[in-house]
Design a protein around this ligand. Structure first.
Ligand SMILES: NC(=O)c1ccc[n+]([C@@H]2O[C@H](COP(=O)([O-])OP(=O)(O)OC[C@H]3O[C@@H](n4cnc5c(N)ncnc54)[C@H](OP(=O)(O)O)[C@@H]3O)[C@@H](O)[C@H]2O)c1
Length: 261
């Protein structure tokens, strides 16, 4: 089989969490282009979603939400590819002393335990089949945490990375590959709206607003954040047979933002 064919996903069934916006939407679209039958989950189905029978509306930060997703996927016959893109931070600014127990649990449930619960439900059928791929989205904040408002998020992503590595070691002998990818800033729709607000509020051009965001992070050597299609390219590679010997790895995609090894 040629290397191009080994990138194809014909006949594979996939689930992409957080697949309605930003990186997740780009990943779902790319896996479909490559031939996979892709289920998507998020809390709200976007208006006019083109494949409503492949959309599962659920809150994956809850036990009930992940159980609902798992039962829909089991009805469909399970998945060969499971991409956990969902994640984010809602902690208000103010530093460590302001993060309540409740807020810690919100971040842990969204960024870590949702993946743990879905893997526990869906990976056993991969093991029975003798093949499968799991991909966890972490963040460069797991190695470069920002402390003002995202410390709990960063810690949850660190837990996800450690869990991902242990899971990879356990599952590789059963033919199931587990990896992670760690984005820095991403040019999502939400980011573009933020740039517009910053530009308007500070009398800057859009390019000037983007420059000020990069500077606030200590600079990004590439000079810009990653595009969602670049995130999708890496995800598609990692879940394809082209990556068949890659196990337990975490691929950083950050334009050089993390300044050390
Ligand atoms: N954006 C960045 O700069 C950046 C940087 C480093 C790492 N990351 C990581 O990369 C991943 C993708 O980020 P992104 O910015 O591309 O995502 P995004 O544009 O914020 O989209 C988030 C997706 O997750 C869904 N979602 C949010 N909360 C959910 C919940 N409780 N249950 C189910 N679905 C939920 C959203 O749909 P609904 O709102 O309809 O639920 C949406 O589809 C995340 O893991 C993030 O932590 C992002």
């Amino acid at each position: 089989m040629g290397n191009a064919d080994r990138g194809g996903l014909d006949g594979r069934r996939a689930l992409v969490t957080g697949g309605s916006k930003g990186s997740g939407r780009a990943v779902a679209e790319r896996l479909r282009e490559l031939g996979a039958d892709v289920y998507v989950t998020a809390r709200t189905m976007p208006d006019g979603y083109e494949l409503p029978d492949r959309f599962i509306a659920a809150d994956t930060s809850t036990v009930e939400g992940t159980a609902l997703v798992a039962s829909r996927i089991e009805e469909a016959g399970g998945v060969d590819i499971l991409v956990h893109v969902v994640g984010g931070s809602s902690t208000p600014p103010g530093g460590f002393a302001k993060i309540t127990d409740e807020q810690w649990m919100i971040e842990l449930n969204l960024n870590f335990l949702g993946a743990v619960r879905l893997d526990r439900a869906l990976v056993p059928s991969m093991v029975r089949a003798g093949h499968g791929v799991v991909l966890h989205f972490t963040s460069i904040q797991r190695q470069m945490p920002l402390h003002d408002s995202t410390l709990a998020y960063a810690s949850a992503k660190a837990a996800l990375r450690t869990y991902s590595k242990g899971l990879a070691n356990e599952l590789a002998p059963h033919g199931v590959r587990v990896n992670a990818m760690s984005p820095g800033g991403i040019e999502t729709e939400a980011y573009e709206r933020f740039v517009d607000r910053l530009a308007e509020g500070n009398g800057l051009s859009r390019a000037g607003a983007k420059e000020s965001i990069l500077e606030s992070l200590g600079g990004v050597p590439l000079g810009r954040f990653a595009r969602t299609e670049e995130i999708a390219d890496l995800a598609a590679f990692l879940v394809s047979d082209q990556a068949s010997a890659i196990v337990g790895a975490e691929y950083v995609i950050d334009g050089g933002t993390v300044p050390a090894i």
